[in-house]
Design a binder for this molecule. Structure first.
Ligand code: 5GP
Ligand code: MG
Length: 450
């Protein structure tokens, strides 16, 4: 998954992009970058690491100009390396163009193969570079027609912001797999994956782009033009954004994420009550809103029975003599005084491999829990995502190969209940929202990579 951000006509474009990317850090922690332009030249900084570690005053001062785009990367396709960080930048008949992309193309392999055969030289292992090549080959010297021509030839998920010296353009693929918001600051447009980025910089949220919508901004005068250049498709908006990915303070597809997650929890309590439980506790942070909803729905008290450390970085020194389950303990630790002697309902947003849950349940029992009932506010994940979420391969997804009863026994819970697919869709706003739930159903709306 990734975050994208773009801001036009603001003297502090790079600084505000930095803040926007910081607010969107949860969408990607591998590396970040910003490209800015002053209408003549463009300036770039891309590094591996967290937003607040890779930018500083000096660097931001060098990112001159009044328009900028930025990106946080969480590798989905392509290895993790500096070359794969975005924004991607190229020079062609259109002049300098830079581009940021959230989502994955499903026909990337075929395109790389075809383009390489025709002599294209790829500098990254990133599917986004295909778009750049197709733009350069479009024969157009203008950004917008080149981007439209390129996007008409690719298939899959993309929310994109592209920029040259006089234009910024934001676009969502025809199925709208990934979110993209438009905001306004001092009368000028800006864009972000989630509107929480606008809150931090004092911008107001205008609206989400619609699936298939393209919004062009003429840099310098802030004029905005909306169009729908692609063939219309059935919307496929990623429901996993609501389950796990987006920040609870964001609004996605017209609904506040925190409220949706609480609704998932209430629905879960309806479908899988735990009549004799003493206490509902979340697996923080992702399980918190659903646990609140479960507690409300089931009328069972809520408490924080697991504490999460917020200081777990990428690299840490482990003890030489290995401590059992060190990794899980480092991040999540039970509070014995809260759960001791109690029958507890533990609510988490999703079960992926089952490895965290298994260890966590052991720790909860060691800390004195009498019974542990696991409730998951989404259905079993049975299929990989090809649209931008880094779900593991099908073999690693415990829900794709095993029954709920096997999983319950494996993770050592007294009972296990998953939210149904119907319950999920209903609580997230209903079928009319046009959700993609392929990770829970295997119903892919596109071809999928082989
Ligand atoms: P498991 O018990 O299956 O090993 O892990 C489940 C946990 O993984 C849940 O708490 C859920 O919030 C988290 N999770 C779900 N999807 C993702 C993801 O795409 N990336 C990361 N880092 N965690 C995820
Ligand atoms: Mg979690």
């Amino acid at each position: 998954m990734c975050a994208i951000f773009g801001i036009s006509d603001n003297k502090e474009a790079a600084r505000l992009s930095y803040l926007g990317l910081h607010a969107l850090q949860h969408r990607g922690q591998e590396g970040s970058g910003i490209v800015s332009t002053d209408g003549v030249n463009n300036y770039v900084h891309r590094r591996q690491g967290l937003v607040q570690d890779i930018f500083n005053e000096t660097i931001l001062n060098e990112l001159k100009g009044s328009a900028a785009i930025g990106h946080n990367r969480y590798s989905t396709t392509g290895e993790s390396s500096v070359a794969n960080l975005q924004p991607l930048r190229m020079k062609s008949a259109m002049g300098w163009v830079s581009l940021v992309h959230n989502g994955n193309l499903v026909n990337a392999k075929q395109w790389v193969h075809a383009l390489e055969k025709q002599g294209s030289i790829f500098q990254t292992t990133n599917d986004t570079e295909i778009i750049i090549h197709l733009m350069a080959r479009s024969g157009s010297t203008d950004l917008v027609p080149a981007l439209v021509a390129a996007l008409k030839q690719v298939e899959g998920a993309y929310s994109i912001i592209a920029m040259n010296k006089d234009t910024m353009v934001a676009v969502r693929d025809p199925r709208g797999y990934r979110p993209l918001h438009m905001g306004e600051l001092m009368g000028k447009p800006l864009f972000a994956s989630e509107n929480t980025a606008f809150d931090l910089i004092g911008a107001k949220s205008v609206r989400e782009l619609e699936p298939g919508e393209m919004v062009e901004v003429a840099l310098g005068d802030g004029r905005v033009r909306s169009s729908f250049p692609f063939e219309k498709k059935e919307p496929q908006q990623c429901i996993f954004e609501h389950v796990y990915f987006a920040r609870p303070d964001s609004n996605i597809y017209g609904s506040n994420v925190h409220q949706v997650r609480k609704a998932l929890g209430r629905k879960l309590a309806e479908e899988h009550p735990a009549p004799n439980a003493d206490l509902v506790i979340p697996v923080p942070d992702s399980g918190v809103p659903a646990a609140i909803g479960f507690s409300e729905g089931a009328r069972v008290p809520f408490d924080m029975g697991i504490i999460r450390s917020h200081y777990v970085g990428r690299t840490f020194i482990e003890p030489k003599q290995s401590i059992r389950d060190f990794g899980v303990r480092l991040k999540l630790n039970p509070v014995a005084s809260v759960i001791g002697g109690k029958s507890i309902v533990v609510v988490d947003d999703s079960l992926v491999r089952g490895t965290t849950s298994k260890k966590l349940i052991q720790h909860l029992r060691e800390a004195g829990a009498r019974e542990v009932h696991l409730r998951i506010s989404s259905p079993p994940i049975t299929h990989s995502c090809f649209y931008g979420i880094d779900t593991p391969t099908r073999e690693e997804l415990i829900g794709s190969t095993h029954t709920a009863e096997f999983i319950r026994a494996y993770i050592g819970a007294d009972s296990l209940g998953y939210l149904s697919r119907e319950g999920l869709i209903e609580a997230a706003g209903g079928v009319k929202k046009g959700f993609c739930h392929a990770c829970f159903s295997g119903e892919y709306a596109t071809e999928i990579p082989t």
